[in-house]
Design a protein around this ligand. Structure first.
Ligand SMILES: Nc1ncnc2c1ncn2[C@@H]1O[C@H](COP(=O)(O)OP(=O)(O)O)[C@@H](O)[C@H]1O
Ligand SMILES: NC(=O)OP(=O)(O)O
Length: 316
């Protein structure tokens, strides 16, 4: 029986740097990532791909705000910006995967599922925006932006600059989880839970209603992996491994760690909120809910990581 892996691709990992933020540049990064995921599939893995949207959802929101200012166009609600990213990024991943399958003569196909994720109206995250989205700004730019947009909440993001933050409630239930599981078990490469899923709330009559927020895709990917009893959760991001003392002279890469060790390092504040911390929390949650192994690495290291040669491996 093949191993079922949920591979969560970071939104930032699809944008190499400030000079490569265009849709075409992102497609190149998607194609590069797709090659490595197909490499995993060639080694016998079934893969469900999830993806982030932090930079992309912020770009769409900003474009909409500017269009509202200069052309009196209606603003796109944040929930719709998130839904847009599922289509745009899902399309790129689906096409890149299918092209790569054809190139290698594999009889496989990819399919993207628009995914809604239920959140709670009482989630305290609605009162405390914490999810970084969009571009990175210098301190000087941030001071000017805050003057022009006093309602924006902004934070410093893991030593990379300042970013706008929005509410990020915890995912409670993935509405389309059964169909995702069904298609994955039938051999399709399913792309789902894009941008952490489109945040929705359940009304009293059981109908669904969208809500303005951005769910953390690592938490949503972990929930999906637990729900469908995936064998492996892989978080593919901008670094080959997780580090202790990240960015300091005594930085140390983590290769194999136990769940208990990871929790200890987390309590010692080794992982930055808004970037590495949610990934570590997502891994802990997966392993505490029946998962056996999780890996954090970057796209180019995926094949080496599943062979145990790199990446941070965490075991229950
Ligand atoms: N302890 C740590 N070890 C490794 N990377 C860290 C650590 N703390 C913060 N980071 C930063 O977190 C980034 C991953 O978070 P982020 O870019 O937000 O994720 P995503 O790829 O999901 O968009 C890394 O590229 C790195 O810059
Ligand atoms: N939605 C989300 O978590 O996106 P990133 O992974 O890009 O931050």
């Amino acid at each position: 029986m093949s191993t079922l892996a949920v591979v969560a691709i970071g939104g930032n990992s699809l944008i190499r740097d400030k000079a490569h933020e265009s849709v075409e540049d992102q497609y190149q990064a998607v194609c590069e990532t797709a090659k490595h995921i197909v490499g995993m599939i060639e080694q016998g893995y079934e893969v469900i791909i999830t993806h982030g949207n932090g930079p992309q959802v912020g770009f769409i929101l900003r474009r909409s705000e500017i269009a509202t200012d200069v052309a009196a166009m209606h603003q796109v609600p944040l929930v719709s910006c998130g839904a847009d990213t599922q289509g745009a990024i899902g399309y790129q991943i689906q096409q890149a995967m299918d092209n790569e399958f054809k190139k290698r003569g594999l009889d496989k196909s990819a399919v993207t599922i628009v995914t809604q994720v239920i959140v709670s109206a009482d989630d305290p995250a609605f009162q405390k925006p914490a999810k970084p989205i969009g571009s990175f700004y210098s301190k000087e730019q941030t001071d000017l932006i805050q003057k022009a947009n006093p309602s924006w909440a902004m934070v410093e993001d893991a030593g990379r600059g300042y970013r706008r933050v929005v509410a990020s409630p915890r995912p409670q239930e993935i509405v389309e989880k059964d169909v995702i599981n069904l298609l994955a078990r039938a051999g399709y490469c399913v792309i789902s839970v894009g941008g952490g899923g489109i945040p929705v709330m359940r009304r009293e009559d059981n109908s669904l209603q969208g809500v303005d927020a951005v769910i953390d895709k690592d938490f949503a990917s972990s929930l999906l992996a637990s729900d469908i009893k995936a064998d492996l959760l892989i978080i593919s991001t901008g670094v080959p491994t997780v580090y202790l003392n990240y960015g300091k002279p005594n930085e140390k890469a983590l290769d194999n760690v136990s769940l208990a060790e990871l929790k200890q390092y987390m309590s010692e504040n080794h992982f930055a909120p808004g970037s590495m911390l949610p990934k570590v929390q997502a891994v802990i949650s997966f392993l505490e809910n029946g998962g056996k192994e999780a890996i954090i690495t970057n796209p180019e290291s995926l094949e080496e990581a599943i062979a145990g040669k790199t990446g941070t491996h965490v075991y229950a």
